[in-house]
Design a binder for this molecule. Structure first.
Ligand code: ADP
Length: 227
């Protein structure tokens, strides 16, 4: 049984219990057999490999768990048609903003730059969202916005954040049901560190969460922990 090159390149690894494991030669041969002959029973696969069914059982379990194969009772195993890459991209495309977002940190428009700096330090964040008296989103303040405002300005208590913030409608936002990968693309495309997660209500946008580069990094790490 030969294994085609394309298959070899994209399917050699699976993730089990957070560890990246290389598919064994036998597992790759099983996939090839099922690909060519599926649906096929485990007896038939065992026959082709001249092994016992019991010997194959752990391999079939791993390949089914990893999503390469699927099993139907009384029919047998069939190839799902998905490569490791496809399975990975399916997983990434299942991540939603609402499952990863963190708590937003907001300041009022009339808060001073000094207060904004304190809020940033106390909450250990790099981006603050600015809201009006109705708690609707009106702007964003980043670390560099605050640094810029601080240069040559000695009384930071006298400058309000609404003077220095980036304001609506130029704010990049996302929604809880958006794909996390779409927000990650926005972070790159717009060259920003954070995006407010918002819910639309009658007169404005309520801030309900925060997506940052850290959020995306965490999701990336979680991919390797996910079985
Ligand atoms: P820093 O300025 O500390 O490098 P960012 O890269 O996030 O942080 O911000 C760059 C600029 O983009 C800042 O002026 C900031 O106000 C603005 N900004 C940050 N986040 C957003 C956003 N979600 N939508 C629109 N503008 C933003």
């Amino acid at each position: 049984m030969t294994i085609n090159n394309k298959f070899n390149i994209i399917n050699v690894h699976i993730i089990i219990g957070g560890e990246i494991v290389e598919l064994s030669e036998r597992q790759r041969r099983i996939i090839e057999i099922v690909k060519e002959n599926g649906p096929i029973t485990s007896e038939k696969i065992a026959e082709q490999l001249q092994l016992s069914r019991a010997t194959l059982r752990p391999d079939l379990a791993i390949l089914t768990m990893a999503g390469f194969l699927d099993a139907r009772p009384r029919v047998g195993y069939f190839y799902t048609g998905k490569s490791g890459m496809e399975l990975l991209s399916k997983k990434i495309n299942s991540y939603l903003v609402k499952d990863f977002q963190s708590v937003p940190v907001v300041v009022k428009e009339d808060a001073s730059v000094h207060e904004a700096v304190s809020t940033m330090f106390l909450n250990d964040v790099g981006t603050l969202f600015v809201v009006d008296e109705h708690h609707f989103l009106t702007g964003v303040v980043s670390r560099k916005d605050l640094l810029r405002a601080s240069i040559g300005n000695h009384d930071l208590n006298k400058v309000a954040v609404h003077i220095i913030m980036t304001r609506m409608p130029n704010i990049t936002v996302c929604r809880p049901d958006d794909l996390l990968i779409e927000s990650a693309k926005l972070l790159i495309d717009k060259q920003i560190d954070g995006i407010p997660v918002v819910k639309e209500v009658t007169d404005g946008l309520q801030v309900v969460g925060r997506i940052t580069k850290t959020t995306v990094t965490k999701a990336f790490v979680e991919l390797t922990l996910d079985e």
